[in-house]
Ligand binder design. Structure first.
Ligand code: PLP
Length: 427
């Protein structure tokens, strides 16, 4: 029922003109005529004309509690009024309070937190810690993964479109345990043999780390085949390596069944990295590990100016509270299960839908021009996406061929929203 106040700023055309002149040309956007989004409330976004859109992409799996959630806003405003910045050189309750709350969400002795400013930076730090801790250099990541765009993370990322200035060696890409496209179907343990082969044939036998998403996000919502992580972790630990879970997209209850994506595979990582949903859109990331592994930074001057900023931490603390109080993980499970069923029915109806997958409110719909050869239907994906936008639904896309719809809305999404989305897709 929310009516945004009238928008009085410059038009979309004017903003686009300035954007072309003043912003990096490497930036790209969805839709031929990009939307000028001026307001957000819960699962909705509003454009300059007051038109409402159902946000099924959630700011790229980031707006966990919903746009401008009042409790998160209040926490940010209150913290901003008392202290905006101090650095971790001094004590501040907002930082330690959030670190303690975050640690309580992780299993076993994963309880030492390092705050960063993004997911990339969290993964850079995790990989560096693994290399320092083990004294080894080789890293194994999974093909089709996305881990960031700095030195070590761009090397670990395994999709050509995101790899253009790779300056680190010693990274190996394992077969993707993709139940839809992978050669071993959904037999996760078979794919893990490739990790052993990489160690045997591509390294000295000792590795620093294995890094993996539990459900690949940018790669098109690909859930690791069941049993993969357990087996891969065993193999990597035998070679002296640490196991890093990249929870940048799948964390914070998004997958519905668990708070963290890796938990669905029954594993406990050595290092967990996170960002996106951690602050409901406030830029922040974190690395959580054990005290033993964290000791590698003990006498080193590892530092970043903004990491642990009190305003970000106040937002993060409020996000955890809202996820618990509003039972958003449980909602992600209930609504996600319902939505997946409705999408599966659509798959039954249209040959164009090759696969429906994912968990909770992290769902993917892969479009193919023929089911036998699974030829990516890229043009159709763009066309439907555009049509859905005209009908009032914003959806993401991804996958290395750009033919997968990514559905990662705020976790307050309702069954009614799910119906609205499917009806727009079925238009
Ligand atoms: N890891 C995963 C799984 C991601 O999806 C992303 C971003 O999409 C990153 C890391 C990098 O995070 P950021 O864009 O905050 O640097």
């Amino acid at each position: 029922d929310y009516n945004p106040p009238p928008y009085e700023g410059p038009s979309g055309e004017e903003i686009l003109r300035k954007r072309k002149e003043f912003l990096s040309p490497s930036m790209f956007f969805f839709y031929n005529k990009p939307l000028n989004i001026v307001h957000g409330r819960r699962q909705y976004l509003f454009d300059e004309n007051g038109r409402r859109y159902l946000d099924a992409f959630g700011g790229i799996a980031t707006v966990s509690c919903g746009h401008c959630h009042p409790e998160v806003v209040e926490a940010i405003v209150n913290q901003t009024k008392s202290l905006q910045h101090s650095t971790v050189l001094y004590l501040n309750n907002a930082i330690t309070d959030f670190a303690e709350a975050l640690a309580s969400k992780l299993p076993n002795d994963l309880k030492v937190v390092f705050f960063t400013n993004s997911g990339t930076e969290a993964n850079e730090l995790a990989l560096m810690m693994a290399r320092l801790y083990t004294g080894n250099h080789d890293v194994i990541s999974v093909r089709n993964s996305y881990h960031g765009n700095a030195a070590a993370t761009m090397a670990a990322t395994a999709q050509s479109v995101w790899k253009f200035n790779v300056i680190q060696s010693g990274v190996h890409h394992a077969l993707n345990p993709d139940p839809y496209r992978g050669m071993f179907g959904s037999d996760g343990e078979k794919y893990a043999r490739d990790v052993q082969e990489i160690i045997d044939y591509g390294t000295s036998g000792n590795v620093a780390a294995f890094i993996s998403e539990a459900i690949q996000g940018v790669g098109g919502i690909v859930e690791m085949a069941s049993g993969y992580l357990g087996e891969a972790y065993k193999v990597v630990r035998n070679a002296g390596g640490l196991c890093i879970a990249d929870e940048v997209q799948a964390g914070f209850g998004r997958t519905g069944t668990h708070f963290w994506g890796f938990q669905a595979q029954g594993v406990v990582p050595d290092i967990v990295t996170m960002a996106k949903g951690i602050g409901n859109g406030i830029p922040m990331g974190a690395v959580v590990t054990t005290i033993e592994i964290a000791q590698v930074l003990m006498r080193r001057s590892y530092f970043n100016t903004f990491g642990g900023n009190p305003v970000c931490c106040a937002a993060g603390r409020a996000v955890l509270k809202v996820i618990d109080e509003e039972k958003l993980q449980e909602n992600a499970f209930a609504v996600g299960t319902y939505l997946k069923q409705r999408l599966a029915a659509l798959q039954h109806k249209y040959q164009l839908i090759g696969d429906v997958r994912g968990r909770g409110l992290m769902l993917g719909v892969e479009l193919v021009t023929d089911r036998q050869f699974k030829t990516p239907a890229k043009a159709e994906t763009l066309y439907i996406m555009d049509q859905m936008k005209d009908l009032g639904v914003l959806i993401g896309k991804g996958g290395c061929h750009g033919n997968v719809f990514r559905i990662t809305p705020p976790l307050c999404f309702t069954k009614k929203d799910a119906d609205f989305l499917v009806d727009a897709m079925d238009y």
